[in-house]
Design a protein around this ligand. Sequence first.
Ligand code: GDP
Length: 303
Amino acid sequence: AKYKEGMEKTRKSFSGRINDLIARYRKVDEDFFEELEEVLISADVGVTTVMELIDELRFEVQRRNIKDTKEVREVISEKLVDIYYGDDNEVIETLHLLENGLSVILVVGVNGVGKTTTIGKLAHRLKGEGKTVMLAAGDTFRAGAIEQLEVWGERAGVEVIKQNEGSDPAAVIFDAIKAAKSRNVDVLLCDTAGRLQNKVNLMNELEKVKRVIEREIPGAPHEVLLVLDATTGQNALTQAKTFSKATNVSGIVLTKLDGTAKGGIVLAIRNELNIPVKFVGLGEKSEDLQTFDANAFVYGLFA
Ligand code: GDP
């Protein structure tokens, strides 16, 4: 229900326009495909992905000898799901955490995308699954970032390891790992800085943080989650490309899906970068984080 509510804007806009298209055209022809292309692009599915999708739709419509636009709706849904998964199996991706011992999750992303909020939500979620959780205040750059993380820590009832603003993030993470080990914590969530004014510095800093984690715990970080803001559309795609070049991103958290009518960006991210969207943010509260289910997402669009 939460999912449906959160996707309301995208659903309304998308299904409204598709239904309108189907009603107006009746027959599947070139003009129909062209308008469908526009609808998909305006939902932020991304030009590259839309082109692929339209090609496959054309092929499928011919293969099944579909003439009536009413029958094409089902094919569109199928192809939207296909394009999300590509050659992979249709599994809902979640976090890969250790059964025993400390798992480390590095959370990266540009300021303002909802990184701190996401860490808070994840802490709440993992605690709800019976895990012990600790937060590391690795964004020592942005004013107020540490305090904000502490607020989320309190809300979720988990400890936050911090140092002063301006201190070395790698040192904070080092401390946090030591603390997490000594307290037998299951999951350590590491916040990081997100200033993009100096991309090179930021990427070097992330690299250093990652090295510390790798050195302290072989096999860690177990997840590198990139947080992206769905309302920034194609910008999110650009950020994903920048970050995935610098670090091995294992999953994406797409925030603020509730605030956009352009949820199609989910499909573009997966198709163009081949990084799974593991969670979506559907609001500002602790419980507003859902695992991403492409089938539910796509079929929800037409509901
Ligand atoms: P950070 O700078 O990346 O750490 O971003 P914050 O966590 O401070 O979030 C920035 C703003 O986005 C805050 O006002 C959050 O409440 C809001 N926000 C974060 N995630 C979501 C979401 O999924 N939905 C909505 N509607 N707002 C969100």
